[in-house]
Design a protein around this ligand. Structure first.
Ligand code: ADP
Length: 431
């Protein structure tokens, strides 16, 4: 599977998880809202029923019901109307067999069309039940035993029509379902965008990794081939003395030390990527460090017929990782010596600007072309590969320098020197 397919598959997977997460959130949100509305709508109806129940129960008990035959339209003596609190509540007084005793006190047509169909269940006393008539009209109801009259058990059932509430809930659930569907569809788009955003750094580090491995294999191949050739050459004449073959041995040794440096640099960079490398900051004098590091390079420059001058004007201590700043200076000085010729000048300056320590390493060497000046901090980048290797360059030094400065929160820049050469400027905060 190629890189593109793997990333695509990962992206789809991220999208799927985002989508599932969003949909679950929307559905839960919809269900919670619906449950809340349902609860508050029915709570109001139910509390009306409960509130009326007490009043009605005592009223009925006060009356002396004339219970002959329910279907003769019997009603409380004296035609006393049953006193209820809410105009929406219909009180139904029932005999043991469920027949309605007080039907004469409610509108006859209402009785014929609705009340006689209302379900009565002696088993479900003192609790709210939902009742429907022909699945068309809906009521909330509560029934209680109100005592006995002339040996007859009486039940009071209170019903309240809940069609309005039901319609409201149906409408609400419709809106919520449509809302959940619309938001879920929108979340597909959001997940697509999100998965693209989250995959961006993965893609970047993936291609960096691939590029790094390719470069590493390429870099390793050359010294290994040289070492192999040298050893094979030695094998062709086993009788020879070491002194006769010292050239091959020296080449092989050179390449081994090159490999060892390459591996050290690669490890530094690999660790920097995984932020495994800690920075240990200490307060120290920058000028003192620069002076110490430059000392051996002065002699080296002189031996190569070059001039290295050091101007120290940063009389303050900085809080930084001394060994890493040492490594940074070594990289820049190595380069300055590598990319200059006889009679060239190298200058190392320190200054304080805007409360920051500034280190400048400039040279009058071969300089860097305009087209490559932005690339020289890239890993394994070398302007002239053959020439750079000849001078011991691996293309990793400035990447490490860039990482060191970055970890200290500073900046490193390169500019052209006039009339030729390059200037590396590093700015470090006091820390
Ligand atoms: P190398 O080990 O090849 O020197 P670096 O990362 O240190 O690797 O540098 C990358 C490239 O930048 C070098 O190969 C060289 O082309 C260029 N470079 C670095 N420093 C200088 C300099 N002082 N003058 C000219 N070119 C430079």
């Amino acid at each position: 599977m190629n890189e593109h397919n793997i990333i695509r598959r990962q992206q789809l997977q991220n999208m799927k998880y985002n989508l599932i997460a969003f949909t679950i959130i929307f559905i839960s949100f919809g269900l919670i809202i619906f449950a809340q509305i349902r609860e508050s709508v029915y709570t109001k109806l139910d509390s009306e029923l409960y509130n009326s129940l007490g009043t009605i129960k005592s009223f009925v008990l006060d009356q002396n019901f004339n219970l002959k035959r329910p279907d003769e339209g019997l009603r409380p003596r004296g035609n006393a109307a049953i006193n209820i609190r809410s105009p929406r509540i219909i009180p139904i007084l029932r005999a043991r067999d469920g027949s309605i005793i007080n039907f004469g006190s409610v509108n006859d047509s209402y009785y014929d069309q609705y009340l006689k169909y209302i379900e009565f269940d002696k088993e479900k006393l003192n609790r709210i039940v939902s009742i429907s008539i022909r699945d068309q009209y809906y009521f909330r109801s509560i029934t209680t035993n109100v005592g006995t009259d002339a040996g007859e058990e009486l039940y009071m059932q209170l019903v309240i029509n809940s069609d309005g509430e039901r319609n409201l809930l149906q409408h609400t659930s419709f809106i919520l379902i449509v809302g959940v569907i619309i938001f879920s569809i929108m979340s597909i788009l959001a997940s697509l965008i999100l998965s693209q955003i989250t995959m961006k750094p993965v893609k970047k580090s993936w291609s960096r990794q691939v590029e790094f491995v390719e470069n590493v294999s390429h870099e390793l191949r050359t010294p290994l081939t040289i070492i192999q050739n040298s050893l094979e050459l030695l094998l062709t004449s086993p009788e020879d003395k070491i002194i006769d073959r010292s050239e091959s041995i020296a080449i092989a040794l050179d390449e081994t030390s090159w490999l060892s440096r390459l591996i050290t640099d690669m490890l530094t960079l690999a660790r920097s990527d995984s932020t495994m490398t800690e920075i240990h900051k200490d307060l120290f004098s920058l000028d003192a460090l620069v002076e110490t590091v430059c000392q051996p390079y002065m002699d080296l420059a002189e031996s190569q017929n070059k001039v290295l001058e050091v101007n120290l004007h940063c009389p303050m201590n900085i809080n930084a990782d001394k060994s890493r700043i040492h490594q940074l200076l070594v990289i820049l000085l190595d380069n300055a010596l590598k990319y200059t010729d006889e009679k060239d000048r190298i200058s190392v300056d320190t200054n304080i600007k805007d409360n920051k320590a500034v280190i400048t390493v400039s040279d009058t060497g071969m300089g860097i072309s305009d087209e490559n000046i932005d690339k020289i901090f890239d890993r394994f980048f070398r302007e002239d590969k053959a020439r750079s290797r000849e001078r011991g360059g691996m293309g990793l030094g400035l990447s490490i320098a860039d990482w060191i400065v970055g970890r200290h929160g500073g900046t490193i820049k390169v500019t052209h020197n006039e009339p030729k050469g390059s200037i590396f400027t590093i700015k470090l905060s006091k820390g």
